[in-house]
Design a protein. Sequence first.
Length: 280
Amino acid sequence: MSTLEAHNLFSVKGKVVLVTGGSRGIGKMIATGFVRNGARVYVSSRSAKDCEKTAAELTALGPGTCIALPANLQNVEDIQKLVTELKSREQALNVLINNAGAAWGESIDTHSDDGFTKVITLNLQRVFTLTQALLPLLRAGANKSKEGTTYKDPSRIINIGSVEGLGALERARPRNLRLRRRESGLHHLSRHMGGRLGREGITSNSIACGLFMTKMTAHTAKTEEGKGWIANIPLGRSGLPEDVAGTAMYLASPAGAFVNGATLTLDGGQLVNMPSQAKL
């Protein structure tokens, strides 16, 4: 059947996509993958300059297009403005990728209340706030089957989290309080939304990312601590842009239409790391 050919099975051509935190890092990797495969992608981040730069760069790559929608997602008012602007441009949204996040690395003894609130607000609460505000567009983006009783091509919510929300990785990052508390909540929220919204033609899944080289990790990766990160990954390397872009596109394509409430681990085996036979 023609629908089982790879160019159809994994196609995201023509889909309307919003990527938060899409001007750099993992968000930009994902946005690039969608644009290169014919999607119309909106990228959002706090910096209007970075958004515009990324949008111009990715549109030049084509064949899809990229549009900047800058917003500080910490603020509910900015979320409302973003949604209003998107509604003025699009009648439907096919894929929402919640990737924007903040980090605050302190030990449990010194961690500030403000830092805790900032991370939880942006990385967890605002995922819900933005998703809730975009539900009308996501419902409009869901395509029913010919019979009209099921959703052959549902809209997608893809939440970008961390592998540290799935297990206790004290060996690698013993001081890392900032991630586990929100990552576990994000994965659970994602599953809950999948169960609640699936009947309306909207799936919700999360990607639990391991180590990817971004502005946030690049400096530490060169230190002894960073070398330890790599040593703890059985595949012996960090994630590549095609790894995370390909995973997100799989979930957004016909191949991933029946995946709902799942958390895909994308860490090169970090979570299930075991010593080599030589060390047993």
